[in-house]
Design a protein around this ligand. Structure first.
Ligand code: MG
Length: 259
C-alpha cells in the first residue's frame, strides 16, 4: 500500500515539472544560445568544381593538361626529355631522367593519372615502374601491380619501403589509373629536428589505400628512412626508373592545390 502511494506522488511531481518547463519554453533565448557556437567568418572561398572529380577545380594549378611541359624541367634544371604524344599524353623517356615541377610545393592535394604499358615487359619492380616524389623525396610508388607480385611495400600505391597500400586497387596494364592524394608537409625546428613528420592519404582509382600515414623520412632503396631538413616548398618529381627496361609509363591530367 505504501509503495502504491509513492508512485502516485512521484507521478504528480513529474507532471508539474513538465508543465513548468513548457511555460518556460522561449524560442528566442534558445536561438540566442545556439548562436553562441555559430561561426560566420572567415567565409570559405568559392571554388568551381570540375564536371567530374578528376577534372581540375577552378583554384587548381594545372601541371599537365596535354599541351605542353611548361610546368616541368629536367631534375636539377634544363629542358625535360619526356615526350608528349599526339593524343596529349606525357611519356617517360628511358634515360631522360626524372622531371620536376619548376614550382615548389608543400602541403597539397594532388590529382594525377598514369598508365602502365599495355605490353607487359619485365616483372616485379621492372614492370611499369615510376613514382611520384612529394617535396622531391617522399615516393608514392607507381608500378604495374596487376597480377605482378613484388614486395608489398614496393607495389603500386605503397609509400615506397614504408607502407604497403591497404588494398590492391590496380587496374590492368594499359588502362588509365588515378591517384588522389592529400599530402601534409613535415615541419622542422630551426635546428633541423623534426617538429611534425609528413603525412599522406591516398586514393587509388577512388579507393582509400593510405590513410593519413606518418611518413618516416626520405624514401630510400637501401637502409632506413630518416628525415633530412628541407625547405617549406620543394618540387614534385616524377621518376624515370631508368635502372631497367620495360618502364615506359604514361601520365596525363595532373593538377595540384596547395593547402
Ligand atoms: Mg618507383
Amino acid at each position: 500500500m505504501k509503495a502504491h502511494i509513492f508512485i502516485i506522488t512521484a507521478g504528480a511531481v513529474l507532471s508539474v515539472t513538465a508543465v513548468k518547463a513548457q511555460k518556460k519554453f522561449n524560442p528566442d533565448s534558445l536561438f540566442k544560445e545556439a548562436a553562441k557556437t555559430e561561426l560566420w567568418e572567415p567565409v570559405p572561398e568559392k571554388v568551381t568544381p570540375g564536371k567530374t572529380p578528376s577534372e581540375a577545380p577552378s583554384d587548381a594549378i594545372l601541371l599537365f593538361q596535354g599541351n605542353n611541359l611548361n610546368a616541368w624541367q629536367k631534375k636539377g634544371g634544363g629542358k625535360p626529355g619526356w615526350k608528349i604524344d599526339a593524343s596529349g599524353i606525357m611519356n617517360v623517356v628511358k634515360g631522360a631522367g626524372d622531371i620536376e615541377t619548376k614550382q615548389g610545393f608543400g602541403s597539397c592535394q594532388l590529382h594525377i593519372e598514369w598508365k602502365s604499358p599495355a605490353a607487359i615487359a619485365g616483372n616485379g619492380q621492372s614492370r611499369g615502374n615510376s613514382g611520384i616524389f612529394f617535396m622531391g623525396r617522399y615516393e608514392l610508388q607507381v608500378l604495374d601491380s596487376y597480377n605482378n607480385p613484388t614486395y608489398v611495400n614496393g607495389q603500386a600505391g605503397s609509400m615506397y619501403k614504408q607502407y604497403a597500400p591497404l588494398v590492391n586497387a590496380a587496374r590492368k596494364p594499359g588502362e588509365w589509373q588515378s591517384y588522389d592524394v592529400v599530402f601534409t608537409a613535415p615541419r622542422f625546428y630551426s635546428d633541423g629536428q623534426v617538429q611534425e613528420p609528413a603525412r599522406i592519404t591516398v586514393f587509388h582509382n577512388g579507393v582509400l589505400i593510405q590513410n593519413n600515414v606518418i611518413i618516416k623520412g626520405n624514401t630510400e632503396w637501401i637502409g632506413a628512412s630518416v628525415y633530412k631538413v628541407h625547405g617549406n616548398k620543394e618540387p614534385l618529381i616524377l621518376q624515370d626508373h631508368g635502372m631497367d627496361g620495360g618502364n615506359p609509363v604514361a601520365y596525363r591530367n595532373i593538377w595540384i592545390r596547395p593547402l
